[in-house]
Design a protein around this ligand. Structure first.
Ligand code: GLU
Length: 462
């Protein structure tokens, strides 16, 4: 029987979550979903100074928006301290850790001496017990840290799903502090206990953690357990080629919702930012889950490109059902204090091909529900004295025609014939007056979505 896949997203709730962060949720989520496994949310909140509940809320809101549902969690590391301490006690009992009384000053001096000798700064193992070794005298009144007895000799090897085989010599790794003087466990230790307790089979995370992995694997082994499979994702760069970060102008994920991006478009875009399925650029959520595996993760850093994201969004807006778009556009308009009605679905149908965000779609829809103001330039160019008689005639015909696309088309045609005009000569001024914009879809379709009275009132204002 094959083991059920279990993946996790383990964000630290410090500051807001941006595209680069959420991509580290997307892949483990997709892998769990595409293999019928479980996806777990774990909040790594042990940095008490920087962690906030507000940041947790934004993580959860972002995941909800993108539809990255989790099967278990959120688990909070701060609520699991007793468990870490219990495992720590087992490690002490089994002789995998030892107390180290080296003071900060001594550590600094050691580091300085090593740096001066052009050696890599590392703990020298002076408090590590060994047969026949005499340890320094225990200083009085000092609470020790607990260090993990990293194996000596040999190496740690894993087959990273992104980076390939990685081998790190144990001589590179010093004895890691796994508990502070007050007994609180440190980060790498908590991660291992969590990944074990949560039965994580695949750790898919940013490659800023790749240096932690050999240390974590050694702790797994000391606990007599097999480590999970690892996949370390390359960094996401911003448009300037810097590592994406709040400091470098990254936006919170949820801001893209406000800016009119669709969750499926965002999932599509982020999926492609470090993974590929042939040359496919546009795909649905279902296709993504059908295709996703760990074998096509990209090895090099991906660069965020907002123009590309907009393009992907435009494709998804085109693909979306009008009934799906309408409530999104309604929400955009509600934020502007504009009420809508049942026509909104047809309005979305008429305009979605020309919009790359739901904000752009809302701009068009607003024309039906709020006042419009054409630009002076458009008015001057299109609403000329020469065309005004035709506009008056059209106004009359529209007052009595059947109010649907065919009826309106017939009225327009009669005016064109009567006045000897070509379609654009009449259509442009009507568009400018009724929609505030000379570039709209076909005039009959446009007008039929308005109330007759509104069209007549706007034409009469000429
Ligand atoms: N909490 C870590 C972070 O936010 C992730 C650790 C992990 O995935 O193992 O970078």
């Amino acid at each position: 029987m094959t083991q059920k896949t279990r993946t996790r997203f383990a964000p630290s709730p410090t500051g807001f979550i941006h595209q680069g962060n959420i991509r580290s949720a997307l892949y483990p989520w997709a892998f769990a979903r595409s293999t019928g496994g479980d996806f777990i949310l774990r909040i790594e909140d042990t940095d008490l100074e920087r962690s906030t509940q507000a940041a947790v809320d934004v993580i959860i809101e972002s995941m909800n928006w993108l539809g990255l549902d989790y099967d278990e969690g959120p688990f909070y590391q701060m609520l699991r301290m007793d468990r870490y301490k219990a495992v720590l006690a087992d490690m002490v009992a089994a002789g995998h850790v030892y107390p180290c009384y080296m003071s900060m000053a001594e550590l600094d001096a050691l580091r300085e001496a090593q740096t001066a000798a052009k050696e890599k700064p590392r703990y020298d193992g002076s408090w590590r017990p060994a047969p026949g070794k005499t340890l320094p005298p225990v200083p009085e009144g000092v609470q020790p840290v607990l260090r993990f007895k990293n194996p000596q000799g040999g190496s740690v090897v894993w087959d990273d799903k992104v980076k390939g085989r990685i081998e790190i010599s144990n001589d590179e790794l010093d004895d890691l502090v796994i508990a502070r003087p007050d007994g609180t466990p440190t980060y790498n230790f908590c991660v291992v206990v969590d990944d074990l307790d949560m039965a994580i089979t695949h750790v898919i995370r940013g490659d800023d953690h790749v240096n932690n992995t050999p240390r974590q694997i050694n702790i797994f082994k000391a606990l007599g357990k097999e480590p999970p499979v690892y996949a370390h994702l390359p960094t996401v760069l911003n448009e300037q080629g810097e590592k994406m970060s709040k400091r470098h102008g990254a936006k919170p994920v949820t801001q893209y919702r406000e800016e009119g991006y669709l969750p499926d478009a965002m999932v599509n875009y982020l999926a492609r930012l470090g993974w590929s399925h042939g040359d496919d650029e546009i795909f649905s959520r279902a296709q993504f889950l059908e295709w996703f595996n760990l074998d096509h993760l990209g090895k090099s850093a991906a660069q965020f490109d907002e123009a590309k994201l907009r393009w992907v969004n435009a494709q998804h807006i085109k693909m979306s059902a009008d009934e799906v778009l309408a409530p999104l556009v309604q929400a955009q308009l509600a934020r502007r204090g504009i009420d809508t009605d049942a026509r909104l679905t047809s309005i979305c149908a008429l305009f979605k091909d020309r919009c790359d965000t739901t904000v752009a779609l809302a701009d068009w829809a607003a024309v039906f529900y709020a006042d419009v103001q054409a630009s002076e330039a458009d008015l001057a160019q299109h609403v000329t004295d020469a065309v005004k008689p035709a506009l008056t005639l059209l106004t009359d015909k529209l007052a009595t025609c059947t109010w649907d696309k065919a009826g309106i088309a017939a009225a327009i045609k009669e005016v064109l014939t009567a006045c000897g005009l070509k379609m654009p000569q009449l259509a442009m001024p009507v568009r400018v007056l009724v929609a505030g914009n000379a570039h709209t879809p076909s005039l009959d379709a446009l007008l039929s979505l308005f109330d007759r009275e509104k069209v007549i009132a706007r034409l009469k204002a000429a």
